[in-house]
Ligand binder design. Structure first.
Ligand code: FES
Length: 114
């Protein structure tokens, strides 16, 4: 029997690689996780609309902490990657995912539309 799939509004991957760790990625992840948990937005604990996963290296080590966002929008996969992410930016990205709003453009890199 296949695993059951629960739809969310999007998936955030917060880099936990060593270079990003040296730039505060551990604290960033914990702060974001706690904030989303407190707002009942975190999928894993409360069935909220945002998946947050700590990932391995996202391949932009010199620009960390990095954050990747994947979501479906208008039937298309949208991906957004962010560099030099701090807590306020990470929270804005997560809130945009929750609200199904436009993603922030600041410190965004990589494909604008996919
Ligand atoms: S360690 Fe974070 S992008 Fe490589």
């Amino acid at each position: 029997m296949p695993a059951k799939y629960f739809k969310t509004n999007g998936h955030l991957l917060a880099c936990g690689g060593s270079s990003c760790q040296q730039r505060g990625a551990d604290l960033l992840y914990l702060a974001l996780q706690r904030a989303l948990d407190n707002q009942k937005l975190l999928y894993y604990k409360t069935g909220g609309s945002v998946r947050l996963t700590r990932s391995g290296c996202l391949g932009a080590c010199s620009y960390g902490p990095t954050l990747a966002c994947y979501r479906e929008r208008a039937g298309q996969l949208e991906q957004a990657w962010y560099e030099a992410v701090d807590f306020p930016l990470a929270l804005r990205v997560a809130q945009a995912v929750h609200e199904e709003a436009e993603l922030p453009q600041e410190r965004r890199y990589g494909p604008a539309d996919s």
